[in-house]
Design a protein around this ligand. Structure first.
Ligand code: GRF
Length: 209
């Protein structure tokens, strides 16, 4: 059984999708054992508590620099015996020390089809604003491993979502969450826990269905 730690900062709808998947038996080889928030007021913490999942808060501003924060976070994750770390709307930048300590063990969900509309500064509504501005007809979400390049790690799963007439960034954000993020994040986590994701040396993955 893989020990899953979910890192959050906000509303936690992706965390909820993971909890629901777990409760519905869709992550048979994993267990969410702890939710760590960068924000003590995140609603995601309440979602975790409602389901009797342990919670913890660690704030970047309580540390002098990136490395001291990274070391504290790695220690916390090791104490909790993390096998898999899921970034579910986690808004604090992770430094190299964290990424290297958990190579190919950190999964992020990004609200576009990488490599479009991703990289530094592409988070929240901006992703959907830019997609609409560019006039793409299809967008979506990507579950990927985290490496040193922002949104540049090996892609695990992607799901496309169609743009519709009259879409606003807010409407599109909601559709991408419902139709893509909440589906592929639990799927990617289940695949990881089943040991079905092979990471190749060329920064791609092979899924063994
Ligand atoms: C999602 O859009 C996710 O793709 C991004 O941050 C948002 C988090 O939303 N990384 P929530 O906290 O899971 O509701």
């Amino acid at each position: 059984m893989k020990n899953i730690i979910v890192l959050v900062s906000g509303g936690g709808t992706n965390l909820q999708a993971l909890i629901d998947a777990q409760n519905n038996g869709k992550i048979p080889n994993g267990k969410i054992s702890c939710v760590i928030s960068s924000n003590p007021n995140a609603y995601a913490l309440e979602r975790a508590q409602k389901h009797h999942i342990e919670t913890s808060v660690i704030r970047r501003k309580d540390y002098e620099n990136q490395l001291s924060y990274d070391k504290a976070l790695v220690e916390l994750l090791k104490t909790k015996q993390a096998d898999l770390i899921v970034l579910a709307g986690f808004m604090t930048i992770l430094g190299e020390y964290v990424i290297q300590s958990f190579k190919n063990q950190i999964i992020n969900i990004h609200p576009s089809l990488i490599p479009s509309f991703c990289g530094e500064g592409f988070y929240g509504l901006r992703v959907h604003e830019e997609a609409l501005q560019r006039g793409v007809k299809v967008t979506g979400a990507t579950a990927h491993f985290v490496n040193e390049v922002c949104d540049g790690g090996p892609i695990i799963l992607q799901k496309a979502v169609e743009i519709q007439q009259g879409d606003t960034p807010q409407i599109l954000q909601k559709r991408v969450m419902e139709q893509a993020e909440w589906q592929i994040l639990p799927q990617a986590v289940a695949l990881f826990c089943d040991g079905k994701i092979i990471v190749r040396s060329d920064n791609t993955t092979e899924i063994q269905y």
